[in-house]
Design a protein around this ligand. Structure first.
Ligand SMILES: O=C(CO)COP(=O)(O)O
Length: 261
């Protein structure tokens, strides 16, 4: 089954709502319509810019999708500072990042909490982009496949096969994030292939063949094609390079088979 590639720009804690509008307009203006048939392009602004991005995308009928970078495991209540899936679905979010390594590290998010967040996203019809990935010491000890597949199993616990089919998994080795040190296509394929094999074992071939597995970590227009040439890599979760309109457009075009025009 052919999987539509996904290029998702995780803006992290960057860009106010005015800068966000300008960036979306730049991407929309630069990326010719024909590319959208071959690649799905999404932007993931900070919460404060989602409404502005929604207005531009809906107002101009753009083919760019959008989403958020996190959500609460519950729908509403006394949880100061949190944002729920209910709120995000009302804003028309297609995607939400769950379990990014920066949240696992700085907000001490556990596999159990991430599992609840995946369920909350699905409950509200938002596709979770579930991030998994090992730290440098785990890779140096050769434990990356075991570590990542354990995270995957824990984070998807209790979901039915048809729910898992609606999840995107992003393999983001922590040592490659924001460092300029991209994993080799072979290293990325090893883990992305293991993710798909684990999905096959637990949920069957149809689900495993449906789920998109992305790679993330220092992806740029110059390395995205080699990564996506690997059989189990269906796109990229892009940090730094997604903040530069021209570079992100070029990267998206390359993911669609390029060349950039
Ligand atoms: O964390 C990432 C995307 O979620 C990757 O960030 P960089 O592309 O800046 O390495």
């Amino acid at each position: 089954m052919a999987r539509t590639p996904l290029i998702a720009g995780n803006w992290k804690m960057n860009l106010n709502h005015l800068e966000a509008i300008a960036l979306v307009q730049k991407i929309a203006f630069s990326l010719p319509e024909k590319y959208y048939a071959k690649v799905e392009v999404a932007v993931l602004p900070p919460f404060t810019a989602i409404r502005a991005v929604q207005n531009v995308i809906e107002g101009d009928k753009l083919k760019i999708k959008y989403g958020a970078q996190d959500l609460s495991p519950v729908d509403s209540g006394a949880y100061t500072g949190d944002i729920s899936g209910l709120m995000l679905s009302k804003l028309g979010c297609h995607y939400v990042v769950v379990g990014h390594s920066e949240r696992r590290e700085y907000h001490l998010e556990s596999d159990e909490l991430i599992n609840k967040k995946v369920k909350a996203a699905l409950k509200h019809g938002i596709t979770p982009i579930l991030c998994v990935g090992e730290k440098l010491e785990v890779r140096e000890a050769g434990g990356q496949v075991e570590h990542v597949t354990e995270q995957l199993v824990a984070n998807l616990k209790g979901l039915k096969a048809e729910q898992v089919a609606g999840v995107v998994v992003a393999y983001e080795p922590v040592w490659a994030i924001g460092t300029g040190k991209v994993a080799t296509p072979q290293d990325a394929q090893e883990v992305c292939g293991a993710i798909r094999k684990k999905l096959d074992e637990k949920y069957g071939a149809e689900v495993a063949n449906t789920v998109r597995v992305l790679y993330g970590g220092s992806v740029k227009s110059g390395n995205v094609s080699d990564l996506m040439a690997m059989s189990d890599i269906d796109g990229a979760l892009v940090g730094g390079a997604s903040l530069d309109g021209e570079e992100f457009t070029k990267l998206s075009a390359m993911a669609a088979g390029g060349p950039f025009v």
